[in-house]
Write a protein that binds this ligand. Structure first.
Ligand code: HEM
Length: 544
């Protein structure tokens, strides 16, 4: 029999041994694995964690890629992080090997404190499963190039509302109107709700939830609960991330349900009889269409596209959340650059007045604006709202260009760096929209275009953003109407420097700036108001 002191000594020794084992295992896991892609030397216990800047890490990744190569391997504590810096590898992994590179990494806070019982329904968290394919099939048809026609009047109406609001604004209010516009368009198209009817409280709650949500998702803001599980047990009064997560969860829970409710109401509505048209003009938002199973060639009628009410609520809510901040950031960058480059703005204005001399542009005219399209493409290249894209998780061991990438590695594409590569783009740091008129991918003469895309701002492969065409149309419509009526003038010196003039975070956009929207001609005030009325009448024709 052991005496009490011996039992205590043995227990202490066992616990110490167990702790030493866990610690050693942890430290060994922070060392670069064999044949892993090269990167800066690691520190025992931390890997490269202490060397990765929290602000705009993509700039440091880009610098490292010049030293260690296009496939950069880092250790974030015990986890593996691989960052791709060339389009061919992005294509090879995200498109050709999509079966293994299309899941999203697990993260404790979103899963256990935000999505909770709905973790298997939110697009941000969907893994590479048959449900992801069903989700994307329903959405791709409705907001892809072919399904977008019905949304055009909504995009025109929210753009006309923005122009009307900018008639009576101060430079400090401008960005707020752009923000409301970025929410109004997808809110109407996806959920059938009009922002005017939901009011300021809803809009405040929406943007507060987005802000907290993006902060929670941004590495370094919340404590590293994925790496140090003990931190999960800290009580809420010492862990503000728990309060923030609750705010976001409640927003999703309440508002996603309200989106479903309005979609259901629209589903029950009778057709609207519009004089001179024998076809139904009743408006059905994207969620209503899915509810009615009205998808390409009746594919939905056999039940394959059926979604449960909770699934549909999270489909619409997740889609809306993904649409707003990204579009707002792109629109702000575009306004910022047009104000800073008056020559480019003049050329874009001339293009709009050429195709629509007497009235604010709309309808088919909007698909005939190559220079404005080039300005937007150039903004996507220079100021991608997600400079590192969204992370993918590798679901098996893989060999890439001779390097071994272990299962469970998080893989990112450094979009910012890829789109500023001097081998591909002339004067890559300059705002030169004309490059997209000279070459469909904006590439310089002689650059290899194999497996390259015009932009990586919307990602690549199986998880490519399904809202690309929707965002593009919304921005063209709004900027064309604004440039037709207004001149955008700086109200203060503008900072275009990515390190000082742009905020960091999961969605990157310009720091607040001030510009004036000056009417090009006092007579245009009437035109703006008339355009607003025309667009409102068009909405009424859809029963809205
Ligand atoms: C300029 C505006 C936008 C930008 C820059 C943008 C960018 C992105 C990026 C980088 C991704 C990740 C892609 C990947 O993993 O490869 C993404 C995903 C997504 N985007 Fe967008 N997006 C924009 C607008 C929109 C809009 C308007 C919608 C909806 C109407 C939308 C819906 C989504 C959805 C649902 C996903 C998740 C797809 C998935 O995980 O399978 N986005 N977006």
């Amino acid at each position: 029999m052991l005496s009490t002191p011996n039992i205590i000594a043995t227990s202490v020794a066992c616990v110490s041994l167990a702790l030493a084992f866990v610690l050693t295992r942890f430290c060994l896991a922070t060392i670069r694995p064999k044949d892993y892609p090269p990167g800066p030397p690691t520190v025992l216990g931390l890997g490269n964690l202490s060397q990765i800047p929290l602000k705009q890490p993509f700039i440091q990744f880009s610098k490292w890629s010049k030293i260690y190569g296009d496939i950069l391997g880092l250790k974030v504590g015990p986890s593996n992080l691989v960052i791709l810096h060339n389009p061919q590898t992005v294509h090879q992994l995200f498109s050709k090997r999509a079966a293994h590179y299309s899941g999203r990494p697990y993260s404790y806070i979103p899963n256990e404190h935000v999505f909770c019982q709905h973790a298997d329904k939110h697009i941000l968290n969907l893994q590479n499963t048959p449900y992801l394919r069903k989700w994307r099939a329903a959405v791709a048809y409705l907001i892809g190039t072919s399904g977008l026609k019905q949304v055009v009047p909504m995009q025109e109406a929210t753009a006309a509302t923005l122009a009307k609001q900018l008639l009576n604004t101060t430079p400090s209010e401008t960005l707020d109107y752009l923000k409301q516009w970025a929410l109004a368009t997808p809110l109407l198209a996806i959920t059938g709700q009009r922002l005017e009817e939901r009011g300021k409280d809803f809009s405040n709650r929406f943007f507060q939830a987005q802000k907290l949500w993006l902060e929670l998702l941004e590495p370094g803001n919340a404590p590293p609960v994925d790496m140090v599980p003990m931190l999960r047990w800290i009580p809420e009064r010492f862990a503000s991330w728990k309060t923030d997560a609750r705010y976001v969860r409640d927003y999703m829970f309440d508002e996603y349900a309200s989106y479903l409710e309005s979609a259901q109401k629209l589903s029950g509505k009778a057709d609207v009889a519009t004089p001179g048209q024998n076809k139904s003009t009743r408006f059905r938002c994207l969620m209503t269409k899915i509810l009615e199973n009205e998808v390409e060639d009746g594919r939905g009628k056999d039940g394959k596209l059926g979604f449960s009410p909770d699934q549909l609520a999270y489909l619409g809510g997740g889609l809306l959340d993904a649409a707003v901040d990204t579009t707002w950031a792109s629109m702000m960058s575009l306004v910022l650059y047009l104000a800073a480059y008056p020559n480019v703005q003049e050329k874009a204005h001339e293009e709009v007045t050429r195709i629509s001399p007497g009235q604010s542009p709309g309808g088919d005219n909007l698909s005939n604006l190559p220079y404005i399209g080039a300005c937007i493409a150039e903004i996507f290249r220079l100021c991608p709202p997600a400079p590192n894209g969204l992370p993918r998780i590798l679901d098996r061991d893989d060999i890439v260009d001779g390097y071994r990438i272990p299962k469970g590695t998080t893989v990112l594409a450094n979009v910012w760096s890829i789109q500023r590569n001097p081998d591909d783009y002339d004067q890559p740091d300059e705002f030169i929209p004309g490059r997209y008129l000279n070459h469909p991918l904006g590439l310089k003469k002689g650059a290899d275009d194999t497996d390259k895309r015009a932009t990586y701002t919307f990602g690549a492969g199986r998880r490519l953003c399904p809202g690309e065409a929707f965002a593009q149309n919304s921005i063209v419509t709004a900027i064309a109407k604004l440039l037709w009526s207004f001149k955008i003038e700086p109200a203060e010196p503008l900072d275009l420097n990515i390190e000082t003039g742009f905020h960091t975070g999961l969605v990157m956009g310009p720091e607040p700036f001030k510009v004036n929207f000056v009417l090009r001609d006092p007579k245009r005030r009437e035109d703006v108001l008339r355009d607003y009325d025309v667009c409102q009448t068009a909405l009424a024709g859809f029963g809205l």
